[in-house]
Ligand binder design. Sequence first.
Ligand SMILES: C[S@@+](CC[C@H](N)C(=O)[O-])C[C@H]1O[C@@H](n2cnc3c(N)ncnc32)[C@H](O)[C@@H]1O
Length: 323
Amino acid sequence: MSVSTASSWQSYWQQAKDKNVCELGGTDHPAIEQFWHRFFRDARVGAKNASGCPRIIDIASGSGAVFGHLYSVVDEARCYPVCVDLSPDAVNAVVARWPAVSGIVADGAALPLAEHSAEIVTSQFGVEYAGIEAVRALLDIVGPGGRAGLLLHHRDGAIYRECADNYAALREVRENGFVEGAIEMFPHAFDVLEGGARAAYEETSRNLIPAFRDMERIMAQYGRHVAGGVIRQLYMDVNHIHSNLPRFNREEVVGWLQQTVTELDRYMERMNSMCRAALSAQSFETLTVDLANSGFDLLEAEALEGAGQAYPLAWSLVAEKVA
Ligand SMILES: C[S@@+](CC[C@H](N)C(=O)[O-])C[C@H]1O[C@@H](n2cnc3c(N)ncnc32)[C@H](O)[C@@H]1O
């Protein structure tokens, strides 16, 4: 893999601007909203008119999906939670949106948070990216009588399947040489436009045909919306530029294609990191046994099903640290 997980997430959040969730179907399913409303209500954070609020820490917050749920049940003016993420841009986005939230840029695998320093610790499709040890370490932050609420990627779940398909389709695009072939062909196409010889253009455009056909095969196999539609968009954009060459600039086209290589690699790495993060039934079971053996009451530990979904959305875990 040519790009690191950290840089792939940072670049995602740098460009995300108005993205609320991590580009995957299922992450905004009503069952997820219901889970968080139930969790905050049962943890006695819920009443809009409650005075005071427990100390809440959300790990791998992204743009703050969990805070969206928190602040629909409690007034922002009464609750000052903490968000943690590897990406400074993600943390900045959360703090800009909810000034009551304080941000910490940190790796979930090395949290700079003291033992028992929070009454409520949450994470949604986040802490598991830092590895299963990070999930266990997160639980040390919960103080006696406090609660952890986690939604973790499920190895046989709907989101995992989507990520695995996205990853496979993106990898096939990178392997078929479509972008590199286009980078080779376009300068010769511009030469012809400017009155140059045709031979090199004809050879490089002929060389691109198998990759072009492979793009169509990938879209037919995985669906045209695979990888958030970026494969289809790339295919259409290359087609469009090729058919309307006089309207484009040589350097801009080549620069865009080079940037596309980087973006595809980062996207692929994010999908790969999601697949690696997902917990199998066995690792979830091991985690719950560890929890029960380390002073937690398990209030919920199961696959979270979503109406209309053929596969689970997540592993849901609610655990209370015995006082
Ligand atoms: C799938 S997104 C989920 C974000 C948010 N919790 C949500 O549900 O929308 C995963 C998040 O984990 C963060 N992340 C990835 N690896 C991490 C790590 N090792 N430590 C802390 N955060 C990490 C990413 O920057 C990203 O914001």
